[in-house]
Ligand binder design. Structure first.
Ligand SMILES: [Cu+2]
Length: 110
């Protein structure tokens, strides 16, 4: 009988603790995901296509740690004027917003 009471108490304790900590963990994960989404990331690559008037540039980029592996992809520059003076074949350094992938800065690599 005593064992039964102890088990019940433990079960009640667990039921009380686990939902709370699971919820807390979930909230922490959401906060971390939001922080990553709002973060500015920096990359390096080479321009393979350019539509400066429309504000689109395709870059064969290296790894962007914490965001994506190396690949060739199109980015939208914000504002489009960032792309003025650049040309296909240019090696560039760029900064992008982690959630929308919009280019915030792009300049010839130093
Ligand atoms: Cu990419």
């Amino acid at each position: 009988m005593k064992k039964c009471v102890v088990l019940l108490a433990a079960a009640a304790l667990c039921a009380g603790i686990f939902p709370a900590s699971a919820q807390e963990l979930g909230q922490k994960r959401v906060v971390v995901a939001q922080a990553a989404a709002q973060k500015i990331f920096h990359g390096k690559g080479k321009i393979t296509r350019l539509n400066a008037d429309a504000g689109f540039v395709t870059i064969a980029h290296e790894d962007i740690p914490g965001l994506m592996d190396a690949m060739e992809m199109q980015f939208e520059a914000k504002p489009a004027a960032l792309l003025k003076g650049l040309k296909v074949g240019d090696k560039v350094d760029f900064a992008l917003e982690g959630k929308t992938y919009k280019l915030l800065e792009i300049a010839p690599a130093k």
